[in-house]
Design a protein. Structure first.
Length: 55
């Protein structure tokens, strides 16, 4: 019984470490991207001068 608890604790520790590493990587990726940057509206022509649609 004690051995099973020790193994479970070790597995949970590894799981937490993996989640922490993934969280750090995601934070770095989001910080490095310009996800919030949107291009300006076009200044001429009939496309893109009225509505700024950005996906």
């Amino acid at each position: 019984m004690n051995q099973a608890q020790t193994a479970e604790q070790a597995q949970m520790q590894m799981f937490r470490q993996a989640l922490d590493m993934q969280a750090e990587q995601i934070t770095e990726v989001l910080a490095s991207s310009d996800a919030g940057a949107q291009p300006n509206l076009s200044q001429e022509g009939s496309v893109g001068t009225q509505v700024n649609t950005y996906a």
